[in-house]
Design a protein around this ligand. Structure first.
Ligand code: KIV
Length: 280
C-alpha cells in the first residue's frame, strides 16, 4: 500500500504517478494499472458535473465522489480536494471540513490551494493528524483573480513569491505540494530545495510525481487539451463509435442476437398462453 512514507522514501529516487478519478470503476482501473496515487480533484466540477469551473463544487460533492473512489482502491494513496470556500472562511471550517472528508470518504489525505495566506488552516489540519497536500502555481479556485488559466511564476516577483510559499507550506507540515503550470526551471529549483515531494501538472519532469486528469490523458473528452497534456488513448472516439454501432444494430435488428436472449421451455410457454387465452 502506498502511504505518506512512500512519498518521502521516493523523493530524489523514484518518480511517482498520480491520476484523478471521481468514480469507483475508474479508480479500480487506475489502481489495477499500479498508479501510486489517486486525486479526487475538484476538477470533477467540470469533467463530471458540467460546470464551467471548480467554484460550485461542494464538500458533499467531494465526499460523494471520494467515497466511491476509495471503494475501488486497494493500493493507491487517495487524496481528496477541499473545494472552494470549505477552508478559506476560517480555521474552524478548514479543520471541520477536512475531518468530514477523511471520516466520510476513507481517503488518506486532503489537498487545498494557496500559500502563506492559508498557513493557519494548513497547520491546524496537520495538527489534527490529517496529511495535507498543498497546491501552488495556477490554483483554479482563484481563476477569477488570475483572469483565466495562465502559467504562473514567469516574472521575478511571481517566482520569488512561489518559492517563499513552497517553503512556508513545507514548514507548516504538508507532505507534498502540487505545482500547476509552473515553468520548468522554477519547478526544478523548487523540487531541489524542498524535502517534501512536488507533484507536477504542467510543471515539467523535474517534479517528484506527475498528475493528470484522467479524461484528458485518455482522450475521453474531445476538448482541446492544455499544452502539458499528453493523450495516451482516444477513448472519446472509441465510445462514440460504440454508441453509434449500438444504435445502428438495434435499428436493423442485428442486436440483440440469439446469444443475448433467454429461452423458455416450449411446453411451459404453450400452457401459459393457453391458460391466458382461455380466461381472457
Ligand atoms: O482538481 C484537480 O484535478 C487538480 C489537479 C489539476 C491537480 O487539482
Amino acid at each position: 500500500m502506498v502511504t505518506v512514507n512512500t512519498f518521502k522514501e521516493n523523493k530524489n529516487k523514484k518518480k511517482m504517478t498520480m491520476l484523478t478519478a471521481y468514480d469507483y470503476m475508474t479508480a479500480k482501473n487506475i489502481d489495477e494499472a499500479g498508479i501510486d496515487s489517486i486525486l479526487v480533484g475538484d476538477s470533477l466540477g467540470m469533467v463530471m458535473l458540467g460546470y464551467k469551473d471548480t467554484l460550485k463544487v461542494t464538500v458533499d460533492d467531494m465526499i460523494h465522489h471520494g467515497a466511491a473512489v476509495v471503494r475501488g482502491v486497494e493500493n493507491a494513496f487517495v487524496v481528496v480536494d477541499m473545494p472552494f470556500m470549505s477552508y478559506q472562511t476560517s480555521v474552524y471550517d478548514a479543520v471541520s471540513n477536512a475531518g468530514r472528508i477523511i471520516k466520510e470518504t476513507g481517503c488518506q489525505a486532503i489537498k487545498l490551494e494557496g500559500g502563506r495566506k492559508f498557513l493557519p488552516q494548513i497547520k491546524a489540519i496537520v495538527d489534527a493528524g490529517i496529511p495535507v497536500v498543498g497546491h501552488l502555481g495556477l490554483t483554479p479556485q482563484s481563476v477569477n483573480q488570475f483572469g483565466g488559466y495562465k502559467v504562473q511564476g514567469k516574472s521575478k516577483n511571481q517566482a520569488l513569491e512561489l518559492i517563499k510559499d513552497c517553503i512556508a507550506l513545507e514548514e507548516a507540515g504538508v507532505f507534498a505540494i502540487t505545482l500547476e503550470c509552473v515553468p520548468e526551471k522554477l519547478a526544478r529549483y523548487i523540487t531541489s530545495i524542498l524535502n517534501v515531494s512536488t507533484i507536477g501538472i504542467g510543471a515539467s519532469n523535474a517534479c517528484d510525481c506527475q498528475v493528470l486528469v484522467w479524461q484528458d490523458m485518455t482522450g475521453y473528452s474531445d476538448n482541446k487539451p492544455a499544452k502539458f497534456v499528453k493523450r495516451y488513448a482516444n477513448l472519446h472516439d472509441v465510445e462514440v463509435e460504440a454508441f453509434k454501432k449500438y444504435k445502428e444494430e438495434v435499428e436493423n435488428l442485428s442486436y440483440p442476437e440469439k446469444a443475448h436472449t433467454y429461452l423458455i421451455n416450449e411446453e411451459e410457454f404453450e400452457s401459459a398462453i393457453k391458460e391466458f387465452e382461455e380466461n381472457r
